[in-house]
Design a protein around this ligand. Structure first.
Ligand code: GTP
Ligand code: MG
Length: 1012
């Protein structure tokens, strides 16, 4: 019965296994096998559901495959399929599950990288708009633990990485705990600062800084210049060329063709590295020389290791420039300004993201007055600038546009400072914030698509006007003004510009327009120190030694209201009394006014007079200003340098304007007529009275020392003063010249000079064998400039600081060529210019010039005689030079090697040079031949008093400036000729017999000074 009633349902075979040949974010294709043993037509029932609900049902006939769409991405779905036969019988359900795909992110890029971090950026996956998602970042490197990071953002900075290491970075989208396939990039972190330094051989200098004296040391490089063969030779090549003011110094950094190319270093990295590895004296000197070459200089210096940014205010302090804004032009007066103290509008150029346009090239074009573009800011097309930057992203450089007052030449009528930030503002937010507060205008290069970035500025107060140089995929540009307060707004202020030239014009107009607006923010860099602090930027002047030194220097300068009164009251030892002493002291040797008197008796009476004067001088007390100077000098070594530098700059600030006016007057009088002797002498005296420099304080110390040294050894006063010669010797090593002959009194304070040089000899561990190079010649003919360029030293050349008397400076010789050269150091003597006879106060001062020149020549191994191209005074000058040489005969047995240098000479063909040299020689010999005095001394021709090499005894040096100052860089020809001359001088020195050390030199100074 039971069996009868048992219903006999046919068993329908189920479909074969379900497979998913395609799974997409919103659809899947599923397929299944034929049900076994079921022939003929059949249908399949399909059902699918998510975790939450049944999503759909379907019946299809005869097909084994179907696409199900409208699914959600990243979801789990369950699929069931059953066979249905013709009678509607169902098989068992076959089931399978699948996750719809999560789309991977797109456009993964590296935004920025440094030694230990990478900033990545990407975009949503396809069809992901509005879907809540996360991203999973995996950072992998062979042999290192992988790092996994989750984020909701589309940009991430990955930190704590190893420098100079290859990383694979993968980013996946995560939805409902499902991960997409990753999108990956391979990249390398930048080398660390130390790695870059060690590549260029500066690894040790990060801690023990490079100093000016090591850079100036004479070494093999000064004898034969060569292209660096490896990256380690690059810093030296650059520094040596920069010291020579070679405006091509930057191309000297390219590693030579036969060298290892991967050794190349980006120029900006080189500059950053050098500044990070230099002490503050060298930093200041580098900036000064870079600015003379019209190279941009660092304003904000990044340190990629410590992440500190430093404003280089101290480094820029020494830049003083002469220019003429339009209002001044018609007054015919110049502005002589220390640039960090001048209120000048700052215009900044930065970039957001990547741009195809070179900001630096555009700036260079903006800065130049004519077609000849000077590479103030280095850019990618320059040699060695296409190498990737490692440590200089975030560097902000500065350069100035200074008008000359000629409307036909000037591009802008007022001075302007331009800054250029390297790298992306997104990676250097502190610098960008600073520029937005410090500048009058900030121009931002960016792509149209990036402007969202500015949202975070909304509502903020920015002091600068912000302009966008907005490009559409680098093809066309438009200037827009960006306002952020109260809301972000962009206003077009130019038409679309298709070419660089059009854009440049628009930029120039925009900057000029800003200049004439009375609201334009003008600020001095010195005042921006406060802004820097607010933006968490350090200021190099904040260091204790610099601050204390400033306080010490201010104690002196605060007392100066009237310079000549100050000198009378605070520097009494060197006043008229020292002049009187000098006169009588030298009269004992020179017997200028002996007349018919008996020389013995005459000298006796003079000595009496000298004693009297010295007693009177001894009655003076040490004044407070000198006490402050003494205190400033005797503090720590770093502080002493800063103190002297502050004092030098502050004193210059006090006297510059007055002195430069006087100097202009002096030059004008001289050019007008030499007969205006009275006026000239008056102006000269005024210049002397108004000048107050460090040298006056050192002079005072010298006099003080001279007087006190007669007191008993145990006396307090003497003890107090005993350190001073040592301090002054150190001062020389810091790069400050020492006054050998006091230019006002025309005398050498022998005791003092001897003691300073003895101390110097001791500091040098008695290795002070020296040879001497001297420059004499026409006044204002560029003698000091020549020595400074040749050896990188700092004899006074600034306006109002013409050389008086004679100054000395010591340059060390590198140990490896000391033997070859026969000396441990080279002494340079810079002398006061020789003035034509008619122009000077009296016979004595005419004699004085010659005395100084003769002394310098007598002390020298090599003499450079400089002549300016003013032919009207040439004859006078030659006579004086010949007389100076003639005196030698009675003084020194040695004949110095001589070179005659014509400065400020425009291109002269070689043949013409040869002709002129020949004529000059004949002229000189003739002059000597005719001179009765010389004949008596058995001098008949030039070669009787000096040595010279007929092949290279006369030089024609091109003008210093290539163009019209102040925008003109140093002439490449000037630097090259000076370098050639330098090599010849060093060769000459090598040939000269050895002449002993500093101690012997002191003896000679005394002996020659008495006999010249
Ligand atoms: N245009 C131009 N100016 C120069 C040249 N050489 C020097 N000068 C400038 O002339 C001025 C005087 O230069 P110095 O080097 O001080 O001349 P000096 O011969 O040492 O002068 P004294 O010591 O006063 O005799 C400075 O302002 C220099 O910048 C030159 O070749 N061309
Ligand atoms: Mg000079």
């Amino acid at each position: 019965m039971f069996s009868y009633f048992t219903l006999h349902f046919p068993v329908v075979p189920p479909p074969g296994r379900i497979q998913f040949p395609s799974v997409k974010p919103n659809s899947v294709v599923l397929s299944w096998g034929n049900p076994k043993g079921l022939e003929g037509p059949k249908s399949f029932r399909i059902m699918w559901s998510s975790l939450q609900k049944v999503e759909g049902r379907l019946v299809i006939k005869n097909f084994h495959k179907i696409e199900i769409s409208n699914l959600e991405l990243g979801q789990q779905y369950f699929f069931s399929v059953a066979t249905e036969d013709e009678d509607g019988n169902l098989s068992e359900w076959v089931t399978a599950t699948v996750f719809t795909v999560v789309p991977p992110p797109r456009h993964l890029t590296k935004e920025h990288s440094d030694a230990t971090s990478l900033t990545l950026k990407w975009m949503d996956g396809e069809k992901m708009e509005g879907i809540p998602q996360q991203f999973l970042i995996a950072v992998e490197s062979p042999g290192k633990e992988p790092l996994v990071i989750h984020t909701h953002d589309y940009c991430k900075k990955v930190c704590d990485l190893e420098p100079d290491t290859k990383y694979t970075i993968s980013v996946s989208t995560v939805v409902n705990d499902r991960c997409s396939k990753p999108i990956s990039i391979c990249t390398r972190t930048e080398p660390s600062l130390r790695q870059v330094l060690s590549k260029i051989g500066l690894e040790d200098q990060y801690d023990t800084k490079l100093t000016l004296s090591t850079v100036l040391e004479i070494n093999q490089y000064d004898r034969s210049q060569r292209k660096p063969k490896s990256a380690r030779a690059v810093p030296e090549a650059f520094l040596k060329q920069l010291m020579l003011l070679n405006t091509n110094a930057r191309s000297a950094t390219c590693v030579s063709q036969d060298g290892d190319k991967c050794n190349a270093i980006n120029l900006l990295d080189l500059v950053t590295a050098l500044f990070l590895c230099s002490d503050s004296a060298l930093q200041q000197d580098l900036v000064l020389k870079m600015s003379l070459c019209q190279f941009a200089v660092p304003l904000l210096l990044p340190n990629s290791e410590t992440r500190e940014i430093t404003m280089m205010l101290w480094s820029m302090r020494d830049i003083v420039r002469t220019f003429r804004p339009s209002q001044q032009a018609f007054l015919k007066s110049y502005c002589d300004e220390r640039l960090v103290l001048s209120d000048i509008p700052l215009v900044s150029f930065v970039r957001l993201g990547k741009t195809s346009l070179s900001k630096s090239q555009m700036l260079n074009k903006l800065l130049c007055n004519n077609q000849q573009i000077h590479h103030t800011f280095c850019h990618r097309i320059m040699a060695c600038c296409d190498v990737p930057r490692r440590i200089s992203d975030g560097l902000v450089e500065i350069s100035w546009y200074l008008p000359c007052g000629n409307r036909k030449i000037d591009k802008f009528t007022e001075p302007l400072a331009f800054t250029n930030m390297r790298g992306d503002i997104k990676a250097s937010e502190r610098q960008f914030a600073f520029l937005c507060q410090a500048s009058a205008a900030v121009y931002i290069y960016c792509d149209e698509s990036e402007t969202n970035y500015f949202k975070h500025l909304e509502g903020k107060h920015l002091a600068a006007n912000i302009f966008l140089i907005s490009s559409t995929q680098g093809k066309s540009y438009r200037l827009k003004q960006l306002t952020v307060n109260p809301r972000l707004k962009m206003t077009d202020i130019s038409q679309i510009k298709k070419t660089d030239t059009e854009l440049l014009k628009a930029l120039q107009e925009s900057v000029s327009k800003m200049l004439v607006s009375p609201q334009t923010k003008k600020v001095s860099l010195a005042d921006l120190a406060y802004t820097a602090h607010c933006c968490q930027i350090l200021v190099d002047e904040d260091r204790d030694e610099c601050q204390t030194a400033w306080e010490n220097a201010s104690k002196i300068t605060a007392k100066v209201t009237n310079i000549s009164e100050f000198k009378d009251k605070q520097l009494p030892y060197q006043g008229n009394i020292w002049k009187a002493i000098s006169w009588v002291e030298t009269e004992c040797w020179r017997l200028r006014k002996v007349g018919n008197n008996n020389p013995g008796n005459y000298c006796e009476s003079i000595k009496e007079k000298e004693k009297e004067l010295r007693n009177k001088q001894r009655s003076f007390e040490m004044t407070t200003a000198v006490e402050c100077f003494h205190h400033g000098m005797t503090t720590s070594e770093v502080q002493r340098y800063h103190f002297l530098k502050w004092l030098e700059m502050e004193l210059d600030n006090l006297s510059r304007h007055q002195l430069s006016a006087l100097q202009d007057r002096y030059k004008e009088l001289r050019q007008k007529s030499l007969e205006e002797t009275k006026e000239i002498v008056l102006t000269d005296n005024q210049i002397s009275a108004c000048s107050l420099r460090v040298v006056h304080f050192v002079r005072e110390c010298g006099q003080l020392y001279n007087n006190v040294s007669c007191l008993p050894e145990y006396s307090r006063q003497r003890k107090n003063i005993e350190q001073l010669p040592g301090q002054c010797a150190q001062m020389m090593l810091d790069g400050f010249p020492l006054e050998l002959v006091d230019g006002d009194a025309t005398n050498i304070p022998i005791k003092w000079i001897s003691q300073v040089l003895t101390e110097l000899h001791n500091i040098m561990n008695s290795s002070s064998k020296l040879k001497v190079i001297t420059v004499i010649g026409a006044e204002n003919s560029g003698k000091s400039t020549l020595l400074n360029t040749m050896f990188g030293v700092r004899f006074a050349v600034n306006v109002g600081t013409c050389t008086r008397g004679a100054f000395i400076q010591l340059i060390s010789v590198s140990k490896d060529i000391r033997k070859e050269l026969g000396c441990d150091c080279i002494m340079l003597i810079d002398t006061e210019g020789l003035k034509p006879h008619r122009m000077v106060r009296d016979d004595h001062s005419h004699e004085r010039d010659k005395e100084v020149a003769s002394l310098a020549v007598a002390l020298s191994d090599v003499v450079v005689v400089s002549i300016s191209n003013d032919s009207s005074r040439e004859k006078d000058l030659w006579e004086m030079v010949c007389h100076a040489f003639a005196r030698l005969k009675g003084v020194s047995k040695k004949k110095p090697v001589c070179h005659f240098v014509h400065t400020n000479m425009y291109d002269m063909p070689a043949l013409e040079q040869l002709k002129r040299s020949k004529e000059l020689m004949e002229q000189l010999n003739e002059m000597i031949g005719k001179d009765v005095k010389m004949k008596k001394a058995n001098i008949n021709k030039l070669s009787d008093v000096i040595k010279f090499d007929l092949n290279n005894w006369s030089w024609y040096i091109p003008p210093v400036w290539d163009g019209t100052p102040p925008m003109a860089p140093v002439n490449v020809g000037y630097s090259a000729t000076v370098y050639t001359l330098k090599k010849v001088l060093i060769n000459d020195l090598q040939k000269c017999p050895e002449r002993g050390d500093l101690i012997q030199f002191i003896g000679k100074v005394e002996q020659f000074w008495k006999t010249v």
